[in-house]
Design a protein around this ligand. Structure first.
Ligand code: OVM
Length: 403
């Protein structure tokens, strides 16, 4: 590798950000990364890393300099064959990216979601009543964080009931696959082809209900807004990005509220803060921790020149807690203004499903705030390790009904 003179001062680390030690608690590594400088070389992967808000934000909005089309994982599609056909949204650049993006933005936009609002609020109320009836102690991961998205989202897409148990394992594998080929990937690889085939089968027009997001994507193909061969891949994006992300986003906000009783009481007395609570949890907990980009030329960042074709790992989670940007980054507080956080990304790829995620969170938190008096951790919590997601495996909680 040619090391340019200007790179002589580039800080380097041989820490593996995808090791179990870092995945268990990434916060100390994130602080080291930010303090080391605006760009750090990850020697283990010959990759560049950014942990500060300023550079992560700048890279996210510079799609010309930091492309997605070579993959947003460690694997470089310029030289390696992707494990599945690339996403037309996530793993694409303009101009190809734009038509699928426009189609999905309209289908998942705030106006389009209005018709789901009442149904999702009612579903959340039913779920919370059932959880409260099941006893005071629950595991909030399966009982709430997984149960609610799985109750409303697959129906909204319009996939059949059969096989929905494949959704979470598929997402878990997909988000692991953005990282290196470590034990997390190896352990799930035997199932990946079967899960991928099942997901692909759900994207066909014939299996989708007439009124869901999936059918609306096919209708966009009928109008000529996308081509018919693009439609199943756009449906696949919904099934890829729409389940595990919201599950772990909801788990993050539930954990935050259970460990901050003052913020929980604040939410109860001002339930309109449900959306702020969720965005603050996405900032503070960052369910999607990292994504890569690829340098499209020798590109200067601060005093470093990142060579053409190198992968850059953007630590969204570290940027969301950068004290150079945020006044109280490590505090979870409904009085914060979390806007500008990069937990949903930023720029042309910023989460197209964020309004869906916020509506799910608003429905669930509103139902909880109206029915639950106290919410506290009641046993040992357990993390679930994933190369991209910051996830909870178990959140034992005691819920008491509001009086
Ligand atoms: C996609 C996709 C998959 C995973 C994540 C994501 C966070 C998108 O297939 O388009 O965005």
């Amino acid at each position: 590798m040619i090391t340019l003179a200007t790179n002589d001062d580039l800080p380097a680390t041989d820490v593996d950000p995808f090791s179990h030690e870092v995945l268990e608690d990434p916060l100390p590594f994130h602080a080291e990364l930010r303090d080391a400088g605006p760009v750090v070389h990850l020697s283990r992967y010959d990759t560049y890393a950014m942990g500060r808000y300023e550079q992560v934000h700048a890279a996210l909005v510079d799609w010309q300099g930091f492309q997605s089309g070579a993959g947003v994982g460690l694997s470089n599609f310029r030289t390696e064959k992707p494990w599945r056909p690339p996403s037309l949204l996530l793993e694409a650049d303009p101009p190809g990216h734009d038509a699928p993006r426009r189609v999905l933005s309209a289908i998942l936009g705030p106006r389009a979601l209005r018709r789901l609002r009442e149904r999702w609020f009612a579903a959340a109320e039913t779920l919370v009543d059932a959880v409260l009836a099941s006893g005071p102690e629950i595991d909030a991961v399966p009982a709430l964080a997984e149960a609610f998205p799985l109750t409303v989202f697959p129906d909204a897409v319009g996939i059949p009931a059969e096989g929905r148990e494949n959704l979470l394992p598929y997402g878990d594998f997909l988000f692991n696959a953005f990282g290196p080929h470590n034990d997390l990937v190896a352990e799930a690889t035997p199932d990946a082809a079967r899960l991928g085939a099942w997901v692909n089968d759900q994207c066909a027009r014939a299996v989708l209900t007439a009124d869901g997001f999936g059918a609306q994507i096919w209708a966009a193909a009928d109008r000529g807004d996308i081509t018919p061969d693009q439609a199943p891949l756009v449906v696949r994006s919904l099934l890829s990005a729409g389940v595990d992300t919201t599950v772990h986003g909801l788990a993050a906000v539930l954990h935050a509220l259970a460990t901050h009783p003052d913020q929980w009481q604040r939410l109860r007395s001002a339930p309109h803060l449900a959306r702020v609570a969720f965005d603050e949890a996405v900032r503070w907990g960052a369910p999607v921790q990292t994504f890569f980009r690829t340098a499209t030329s020798d590109i200067r960042v601060a005093d470093t020149v990142i060579p053409d074709g190198k992968k850059i790992l953007m630590f969204l989670a570290a940027a969301n807690r950068d004290p150079r940007h945020w006044p109280e980054p490590d505090v979870f507080d409904l009085g914060h203004d979390p806007s500008g956080h990069v937990g949903f990304g930023m720029g042309i790829h910023q989460c197209v499903g964020q309004h869906v995620a916020r509506l799910e969170a608003e429905a669930l938190l509103t139902a909880l705030a109206a029915r639950v008096g106290t919410i506290e951790i009641s046993g040992p919590t357990r993390r679930h390790h994933n190369n991209t997601l910051r996830a909870w495996g178990s959140l034992p909680m005691r819920l008491t009904a509001a009086r």
